[in-house]
Design a protein around this ligand. Structure first.
Ligand code: UTP
Length: 243
């Protein structure tokens, strides 16, 4: 039997809230609850379209970028609070405010949930720092694309998806992204640097199909892009999940 593992999930706001409705939250909750029977789970929730709308209004009002970021952080925490509502007793009842606080809540067989923390980064960076602090076995970025591509697949149809890649290749690809509030790249550069320096495996997976996460972690399917040191593939990480 494979022992208890520690998994940090970066759950994009655009994945969890394609619109402000309960539907996706309610389909993710049982997936996270099943994973929590086999692993220590921490989820960092993103801001999604709602954060971008708030940031847009703040910018029109003349707010500086750091203030826009603060507004984005509030929306991520609001989204995290909605996830807590959907998880009920399976989750630790408070949205952690810092990665350190999240680590302190882990290891109690409860799902730990948090949002953003400080300006000039995204929740991917928060999740990477949390993965580092908690010595996670893997960081999973659940996003609205099905992996990391050579170029933005929405802009360039000839872009090719990586099945596996090294940390060096990851840094090359994400190094060209922007940092303005609400900007949307597949993974922020801070997150890429953090996981690279600690060698934490990263799985970038399409989060729009909630069950895919279980299938890939249990080794039943290969999907998304796995970033890890050569020969150090972390999957399968879990037993095939029980219903
Ligand atoms: P997200 O992490 O959600 O960014 O934070 P995103 O790229 O829009 O991701 P999706 O769409 O949810 O997948 C939303 C915004 O909140 C601010 C940034 O402005 C970010 O763009 N933020 C978030 C911070 O400044 N610091 C944080 O720690 C988190």
């Amino acid at each position: 039997m494979i022992g208890m593992v520690r998994i940090v999930l970066s759950l994009g706001g655009s994945v969890l809230f394609p619109s402000l409705e309960a539907h996706t939250l309610l389909s993710y909750a049982p997936v996270l609850q099943r994973l929590c029977r086999q692993a220590d789970i921490a989820v960092v929730v993103g801001g999604g379209g709602e954060a971008r709308r708030y940031i847009g209004v703040a910018r029109e009002c003349g707010a500086d970028e750091a203030s826009c970021d603060e507004i984005g952080i509030l929306v991520t925490r609001l989204n995290a609070t909605l996830l807590l509502a959907a998880l009920g007793d399976s989750a630790y009842r408070k949205v952690a405010q810092t990665p350190g606080e999240a680590v302190a809540y882990m290891g109690r067989q409860k799902i730990v949930v948090m949002g953003g923390v400080t300006p000039a980064q995204t929740t991917d960076a928060v999740a990477a720092v949390l993965a580092e602090l908690s010595r996670a076995d893997i960081l999973v970025n659940l996003t609205s694309v099905d992996g990391i591509y050579t170029r933005d697949p929405k802009a360039d149809p000839s872009a090719r998806r990586f099945d596996r890649m090294t940390f060096g290749e990851l840094l090359d690809i994400v190094g060209s992204g922007g940092l303005e509030a609400g900007s949307n790249t597949v993974l922020d550069i801070v997150a890429a640097k953090v996981i690279s320096r600690s060698g934490i495996p990263l799985l970038v997976l399409d989060g729009r199909v909630p069950g895919l996460l279980e299938d890939v972690l249990a080794g039943r399917k290969r999907a998304g892009t796995l970033v890890c040191a050569p020969g150090k593939e972390p999957v399968p990480l879990l037993r095939a999940p029980s219903p």
